[in-house]
Write a protein of this length. Sequence first.
Length: 333
Amino acid sequence: MSFFAILCALLIEQVRPLAHHNPVYGAVLAWTRWTSRNFDAGKPHHGWVAWALAVGVPTLLALGVHWLLLLTLPLPFAVLWSIAVLYVTLGFRQFSHHFTGIRDALDIGDEALARSLLAHWKRVDAADLPRSEIVRHVIEYSVIAAHRHVFGVLAWFSVLAALGLGPAGAVFYRMSEFVARYWAHKNNASIQPASVWVQEAADRAWAAIDWLPARITALGFAVVGSFEEAIDCWRNDARRFPDPNDGVILAATSGALNVRLGGGQLRAIAVPDALPHAQAGDPVSGMAVLDSGSTPGREPEPGHLRSVVGLVWRSVVMWMVLLALLTLARLLG
């Protein structure tokens, strides 16, 4: 039933996207703050205890509700629970309005507006960006956001759902990303900054959790884009980017679209208490972002933004078709 849950969640999210300020993200933020405040005691093992509680408790809660519904109510109620969890954790509309606004501004030639929207989205200094660099940064931010909002969630949800764990995988993936991002943000706080140990635990866990989904996303982009160029760029240029998992996705995107990605990064602007108003996958103000090398390819142009949209949607369709075939085979078998 994973296919039907994903399909319904995506359709509902397109019709009625989740509000930017909602009680679910408020609860997640409060829970993460509580675990950090009470279990971050400055020792190496405390970091892993805090991470396990911050990520594990919501994951087990999602799993417990799923099993309770399976044991006490007909199957459709468990499917509805999966749809509800996916609606919160999965979806394009949680970030696509930023992308659309910048693309529309570039289409009408208003580069100043595009810079302003990019700066607001990522909380960076974009005042002096030339047109090609605006496009380049939008492509990079958008494909990473699509991965963390859609493909990574799909990967973990599908695998754990096939093992009978319901929507636990979706919660596990998004909580892991949020916790790593939150504690990196807390490192810059003037009051009760996060210790190096909780940051290290969250970063190491996130790198391991996102390793396979990142490569699944990159493979999808290669299949629906220019396959040989994407694989070649993946093999030769992924190491140009400071984050190994993000580098795989960006390199595959560069090859699939034949567009240059990578280079100088924008300076983050510290915005007081920015994170509580951010959705999962949004930037963390004040984080240090490292420069990277550039991949081969054409200079980024506004037309590439439409190519990115097509690449992402073709990849979604491809994975949904595969899930549909697996579901059909399971029903017939």
